[in-house]
Design a protein around this ligand. Structure first.
Ligand SMILES: Cc1ncc(C[n+]2csc(CCOP(=O)(O)OP(=O)(O)O)c2C)c(N)n1
Ligand SMILES: [Mg+2]
Length: 403
């Protein structure tokens, strides 16, 4: 996770986003915890929810919603990140505590974002993996159609259609149909941001597969932006011996990377030294670091690095070419089961949650409060009110009625 530091000025976007990222991680985990462990459960039915899937994509969603998105943009959020989206809408004043406390309950916030049930603040319903992703491409083609046929006010701004996708969504066939169809119609202004945690529902994704995606997208006229390493790792790679460290991580199989992430700094050190104990450059990089610092360095992937993410997204706004971002992430980042192979439906225990609450500076009984535990609540409120996406799309919110 990004390190919290004071917000020094109104323009200190990164510091504000870092605080928001933590709040979203907290609220999404709490929403699921509340539904499973605290709320009365009369029929004993399993409630569920996916804390690890939420944690995986929190930084990406922070960067998009609090820096990049404009009111007219339309977003399909991967199904299991529903709680993060509810928490974002809550910070924007578009979601209530009652609904979030009723997650997965009749009348409560939906587990998977649902335009029919959650309301029109949700742009696309996404329960079936792959569908929301493909929809963004078709929606963009539809935008071209209605503009070409004079069916909308030409002065209204064009929307960008963005899918925040789980990597296993790329297993779905309709994605490829959408790619072909988009190519036929020269689709523009679509982004697919893949939360590339290399973990699916019940497995670590094979390394071989992802090499294929870049070529596939490029053949269909897309740009592919690899967001692999964060700023701290890039700085380490630039030092003497850094290229060996980069080569080592590049070669590290997905399953080993995930397992070491779960085991933490001491395991990372042991694994690196087993291969590179004689490299003076590598030793100079890792020896001065504590286990915690080493763990944090080795997990500094670009998909969790707000600076790397915002830089790449801002650069991409300069073109309308469809773009796929492969953002390397860790499933469960910032939570005790980060990287664990069985973490998909894993949930923090009551004790782990209590420790997490202390870390987040949240007082018992104040868990739902928007700015609880934040060092500079007023600066944050001003920041959130001022982000472009906070402006309602229409006087009715994000609902768009036919004229
Ligand atoms: C069409 C369809 N098939 C299967 C599922 C069951 N399912 C739920 S999540 C998931 C995969 C999740 O992996 P990923 O997309 O990588 O998301 P992550 O949780 O890792 O972020 C699957 C197959 C589904 N929701 N929809
Ligand atoms: Mg995944």
């Amino acid at each position: 996770m990004n390190e919290i530091r004071p917000i020094k000025s109104e323009c200190d976007t990164l510091a504000a986003m870092t605080a928001i990222e933590r709040k979203l991680l907290w609220l999404s985990a709490w929403m699921i915890h509340n539904a499973n462990h605290l709320r009365p459960n009369r029929d004993g039915m399993k409630v569920g929810g996916h804390q690890a899937s939420c944690a995986s994509v929190t930084s990406i969603m922070t960067a998009l919603y609090f820096d990049i998105l404009r009111p007219q943009d339309r977003v399909a959020v991967k199904p299991h990140a529903g709680p993060v989206l509810h928490a974002i809408n809550y910070l924007l004043g578009r979601q209530t505590v009652e609904k979030m406390a009723g997650l997965r309950q009749f009348g409560g916030a939906q587990a998977y974002p649902s335009r029919a049930k959650d309301g029109t603040e949700i742009d696309f319903s996404t329960g079936s993996v792959g569908l929301g992703v493909a929809l963004t491409s078709f929606a963009s083609m539809m935008q071209d159609y209605v503009r070409a046929h004079g069916m909308v006010d030409q002065a209204s701004p064009r929307a960008r259609h963005i899918a925040i996708a789980g990597d296993a969504e790329l297993d779905e066939g309709n994605i490829y149909e959408a790619l072909l169809e988009g190519w036929k119609h020269d689709v523009r202004d679509v982004w697919w941001v893949v939360d590339y945690n290399r973990q699916s529902l019940d497995s670590v994704m094979p390394d071989r597969l992802f090499g294929r995606f870049e070529g596939l997208f490029k053949d269909m006229g897309w740009r592919v932006v690899q967001l692999k390493y964060g700023k701290k790792l890039e700085a380490a790679f630039a030092r003497p011996g850094g290229s060996s460290l980069r080569g080592w991580i590049d070669e590290c199989p997905n399953s080993t990377y995930s397992a070491l992430t779960f085991q933490g700094g001491a395991a990372w050190r042991q694994a690196i030294l087993a291969d590179m104990a004689k490299s003076r450059g590598v030793r100079a990089i890792i020896d001065p670091l504590s286990d915690a610092e080493l763990g944090s360095l080795m997990t500094n992937l670009a998909g969790h690095d707000l600076e790397a993410l915002t830089e790449a997204f801002r650069a991409a706004t300069k073109s309308d070419q469809p773009t796929c971002f492969l953002a390397y992430t860790i499933k469960g980042m910032g939570l005790p089961f980060a990287g664990h192979k069985d973490n998909h439906a894993g949930m923090m225990t009551v004790d782990q949650m209590s420790e997490f609450r202390t870390q987040m500076n949240v007082r018992p009984g104040h868990e739902w409060e928007r700015w609880e535990g934040m060092a500079q609540p007023q600066a944050l409120q001003r920041f959130v009110a001022g982000v472009p996406f906070a402006t309602p799309l229409t006087p009715h919110g994000r609902r768009m009625d036919a004229a």
